[in-house]
Write a protein that binds this ligand. Sequence first.
Ligand code: NAP
Length: 296
Amino acid sequence: MSRIAFIGLGIMGSPMAVNLVRAGHDVVGFNRSPEKTRALVEAGGRAADSVAEAVRDAEVVCVMVPDTPDVEAVVGGEDGVFAHAPDGTLLIDFSTIRPDVSAELAREAREHGLRPLDAPVSGGEKGAQEGTLSVMVGGEEADVEAARPVLEAVGRTVVHVGPSGSGQTVKAANQLIVAAHLEALAEAVVFLEAYQVKMSAALEVLGGGLAGSAVLAQKGQAMLDRSFTPGFRVELHDKDLGILTAAAREAGVVLPLGGMTAGLMASANAVGEGRLDHAALLLGLERLSGRGGLDR
Ligand code: NAP
């Protein structure tokens, strides 16, 4: 069992840290707003007052913060992980960030004597609570194997997909697929409601055939209820589709659906729906058809 520092205890990080305690690890957490350490402490972990304090004696440092600049802030600088984690520490970044920056941070981490892995996850808040996330891991084979007990305490599908940055590239593809499914589901809902079919029945039968998906199972009823408490916020999915489209452009590949869903997600963010769950893509589609809205 390992001494683990966990930085970033939000919607995903908090239940992941709790699952690490339940797996028997000694977990000390740090979050920018200190009140979010409560669930970890109640589960038997400890709270630190700074990144430096959290990582000082760690064998493994986990990071789960929103965006690329947040990870850079946590690992770099005078108070950061690079400056304070002991030599040989495994540094597992679960956040979804730019693949190129992830690869560069891994290079810097190695210069500081650390063993970096990018390990973005999929499966949502539910997957984080249940410890059933899909974990896409980039880094050195030996470091992935060393980290496996930690990765398998938070995830059910843990796969090493290549060198540093590769996990983030796979995660960008994941976000394309999820956005496209959400968009198709939202379009189906607008279409079916226009014909006043029995909506729960329609989703039930669609879910049993080839149209069934994890997105339909987890977000279908929420769309019917217009229940958009996050979950996964529009602003974060907007960030991820920005990562996808920039990386695709860099590689010279054209993603028509990726570009379109990126535009629709950016629109949802621009009109003030950024803090809603990404199932709120439905609201933008309703606007396109002159229908609906939250108070319809
Ligand atoms: P979140 O609820 O906003 O949690 C992020 C946490 O990081 C917040 O508690 C925030 O503190 C903390 N934080 C930010 N900067 C920090 C810093 N410099 N030092 C310490 N703590 C810091 O976001 P989330 O939904 O958990 O998402 C986290 C990452 O997972 C993102 O990259 C996201 O794209 C990815 N992800 C999310 C989901 C999902 O369903 N939510 C699924 C898969 C992947 P404050 O409380 O002060 O803001």
